[in-house]
Design a protein around this ligand. Structure first.
Ligand code: BGC
Ligand code: ZN
Length: 364
């Protein structure tokens, strides 16, 4: 079968190559699930892999099959798989357990191991190929009504985890009634965050780089949330006009914004940091003010990465709710479809083109 591969840590080494089709029996005890891949989305992590900044091949390989945002259909299951059957639409989780206590109890997204295993990113092959085999524990069934948008489930799961963590943390308050939320960044993660917060009844402000009107600001408006460009409305001004914010989700990929968010978070609020920032940027910050605000306001800041099966399942519920509450909205996030693995070069050029939200590769 064909696969889009990179040589990790070697910039621009992407190529289409023939790789062996995985066998159902590669998973022990009759627990294998063979999935035919239908489509795969790409994101900033894939771009960093392309640029050689990130990632490692599986042991025994010099290449890595890319792609971690999958959607496919079960083709065959081992004798001891009862959770799934051929024909089911599915999405696979990304991380696989290591050896820390968290990994052992299924909370592999909270691993404390230094080495982590992520399909399509680190030490495990991904999904920009024709088939994969995995255990049912890591494969989430998708209701057929979501088959056109379920490729967005992996990025949605990242947001679900961030929000679930926030509610978990806020149990400290005995009663927490979040009303106002700020989302920083209007890319695919920012948009999915806005949706999830709106579905939870919050008043949502979104700040991004670009001037409205454009597709992303229209999509935000359709949900009943408020969008403005940071050129026109500073974060501090937004907090005065539309805050205090009970929850802030930082999804810009630009770390200095995190420190501005710390300055505007409301009392008892939670700031969720979700941007993976690989660089070495350094800035000067008003540390006394930020520290004082956190202490006197009982504020919390939390980092969040990846998502385990539970958060994928929560994502399925939110996507189903979105399909009835805002019909057609999720589908508008998929702005470009590159047809076939052979056109892989277009995936990454399209992704960097203006006006894109989610670029996907249609595989079968
Ligand atoms: C993926 C996550 C992963 C993270 C760090 C993100 O792009 O969506 O699943 O944990 O990168 O590798
Ligand atoms: Zn990702």
């Amino acid at each position: 079968m064909q696969a889009i591969t990179i040589i990790p840590r070697t910039p621009h080494s992407t190529q289409l190559r023939d790789v062996p089709k995985p066998a159902l029996e590669s998973v022990a005890n009759g627990r294998g699930v063979l999935v035919k891949i239908i489509r795969v989305g790409v994101d900033g992590t894939d771009r960093e892999l392309q640029e050689g900044l990130y990632g490692a091949p599986p042991p025994g390989f010099d290449y890595l099959i890319e792609g971690h945002e999958s959607f496919g259909q079960v083709q065959a299951v081992g004798a001891n798989v009862h959770e799934l059957e051929p024909g089911d639409f599915v999405v696979a989780t990304v991380r696989r357990p290591g050896s820390s206590i968290y990994d052992l109890i299924g909370e592999y997204d909270f691993t404390t191991d230094d080495t982590y295993y992520e399909r399509g990113i680190n030490l495990l092959h991904g999904f920009l190929t024709e088939y994969y085999v995995d255990q049912p524990e890591y494969i989430v069934r998708i209701p057929p009504g979501l088959k056109d948008v379920a490729v967005l489930l992996e990025p949605t799961s990242i947001i679900e985890k961030g929000i679930a963590q926030t509610f978990e943390i806020q149990r400290r308050l005995k009663v927490w009634q979040p009303r106002r939320a700020l989302v920083m960044g209007a890319g695919s993660i920012g948009l999915l965050a806005t949706l999830a917060l709106i579905l939870r009844g919050m008043d949502v402000t979104v700040l991004g780089k670009d001037h409205k009107p454009y597709l992303n600001s229209d999509l935000i408006g359709q949900l009943g949330a408020f969008y403005e460009s940071t050129d026109k409305l500073s974060i501090a001004e937004a907090a005065r006009q539309r805050g205090p914010f009970d929850i802030i989700l930082e999804c810009t990929g630009y770390s200095p914004i995190a420190f501005e968010c710390m300055q505007v978070l409301g009392k008892n609020g939670v700031l969720v940091l979700a941007s993976v920032t690989g660089g070495n940027r350094a800035i000067t910050v008003p540390s006394d003010q930020i520290n004082l605000g956190f202490v006197l306001g009982n504020k919390v800041m939390v980092g969040t990465v990846n998502a385990n099966r539970t958060f994928f399942e929560m994502g399925v519920e939110d996507m189903a709710l979105a399909a009835v509450e805002f019909p057609g909205w999720l589908a508008r996030l998929i702005t470009t479809r590159v047809r076939g693995l052979a056109n892989y070069k277009d995936l990454f050029t399209e992704m960097s083109a203006p006006g894109q939200i989610k670029v996907v590769c249609e595989i079968s």
